[in-house]
Design a protein around this ligand. Structure first.
Ligand code: AMP
Length: 395
């Protein structure tokens, strides 16, 4: 699935239309609270401008209604922050496909950068409108997708624009290339043993991931609240734990299909209230008393999982083992994170909460890859193919 990269083309004097993910969090006064997504796009941005390309950056931010500008979702602050990070002027277009954008794109010189206003101010972005896509496509010589967090979507800037640019180079940026390398290439020919560890709140969110990984992994370890649905399905007592009663049949099927590949917790750390200061006890899995709820894997399970992770050569982790935001129910997640950090396996951390947990625990630089996209990384782990990536040029 290797795709042609921005490094493989010569952008000198050309207009490069790059879809990035500048969907950064902002506070009530619209100040950016975490500029990581902007910084992560810098390698691709710098690669274009340092070689004399004329760069047009497009992104969405938040969920505006799609019928015009909404100041709190404006990308103007992002353009300002990008200018600081690049230490060069960055032009901001106050519209996306209107006269300001057109004039500013036309006025670009070699090495210059324009950030277009939020794509989602136009309904055309979400509904894949061809006029909207054709306008953007018509300005550019080269298309680059470096917006991994949006790759599972079929928005106009992800699919209709590159389709409209058929015949011109259509490539991935460095961020997307790295995500594909780990989330598809490594997983499709893994060094073994290949161990996946899946947690989080609900089985229903991860059914397809479990199914796909059971087909390719040596072990799939289950933690988080989703373990209680499996426990209930096999006749265990789950007390007041979070369970999905409508998913019991499915849990049974997964247990049958998984055989001894599917590893479930052997003990549970529970509390008599959803709070860090509640009364606590560790009980065997499937023996959670009434009035108590499972809030983390127990210490025996943590040890078992850490041992299996120790001998792994490839690890995929998605979802915390318990309510990691609420100590001491972060212990299982911490033990697992430590085991992954200590192992010499190729380790891939899915986006969302497990990425947050590994960062929070300070292990992010001890793993091979922390995915930047929650939904997109889950979809890739499901084995889904993304139209936004498939249609780009092969390497
Ligand atoms: P997800 O988004 O599906 O990865 O789920 C992450 C959320 O699951 C986190 O906010 C955790 O607090 C929550 N979670 C994990 N284990 C439990 C549990 N045993 N009981 C309730 N919530 C849990």
């Amino acid at each position: 699935m290797a795709k042609k990269s921005i490094a493989d083309i010569d952008p000198s004097g050309k207009v490069v239309l790059m879809r990035v993910d500048f969907n950064v969090p902002q506070d009530d006064s619209d100040a950016i609270t975490d500029d990581r997504r902007i910084r992560m796009a810098l390698p691709s941005i710098e690669s274009v401008i340092s070689r004399g390309g004329r760069l047009v950056l497009m992104s969405h931010m938040g969920r505006p209604k799609g019928n015009g500008p909404e100041p709190k979702y404006s990308l103007s602050g992002v353009a300002k922050r990008l200018s600081e990070l690049l230490a060069q002027p960055v032009t901001f277009a106050t519209d996306t496909v209107g006269s300001d954008a057109e004039a500013k794109v036309k006025a670009l010189t070699d090495g210059g950068v324009v950030v277009l206003e939020n794509l989602r101010f136009n309904a055309g972005e979400k509904n894949g409108d061809s006029d909207f896509a054709n306008t953007l496509a018509g300005w550019a010589d080269i298309y680059c997708n470096d917006a991994f967090g949006t790759c599972h979507r079929t928005d106009a800037s992800m699919v209709a624009v590159p389709i409209a640019m058929e015949g011109k180079p259509r490539v991935v940026g460095f961020l997307v290339a790295k995500e594909i390398q780990y989330l598809t290439d490594t997983i499709s020919s893994p060094a073994r043993p290949f161990v996946a560890i899946l947690g989080g709140a609900k089985v229903s969110d991860k059914i397809k991931v479990i199914e796909n990984l059971l087909g390719i992994c040596d072990h799939v370890l289950i933690g988080g609240a989703m373990a209680y649905t499996f426990s209930l399905a096999t006749g265990g007592k789950t007390g007041d734990s979070l369970v999905e009663k409508d998913k019991l049949e499915l849990a049974k099927e997964l247990i049958e299909k998984g055989g001894n590949k599917l590893v479930l917790p052997v003990d549970t750390h529970c509390g008599d209230d959803f709070s860090g200061s509640c009364n606590k006890q560790v009980v065997p899995a499937g023996a959670i008393p009434d009035g108590w709820e499972g809030l983390d894997i127990g210490p025996e399970t943590a040890k078992l999982y850490a041992n299996l992770l120790k001998s792994a050569k490839t690890v995929v982790w998605n979802g915390p083992m318990g309510v990691f935001e609420m100590p001491p129910f972060d212990e299982g997640t911490k033990t697992v994170a430590q085991a992954i950090a200590d192992s010499d396996a190729t380790s891939i951390i899915g986006g969302g909460d497990s990425a947050a947990a590994i960062e929070q625990l300070g292990f992010a630089d001890q793993v091979s890859h922390v995915s930047t996209g929650g939904g997109a990384s889950l979809s890739m782990l499901e084995g889904a193919k993304f139209a936004a990536v498939e249609l780009l040029d092969d390497a």
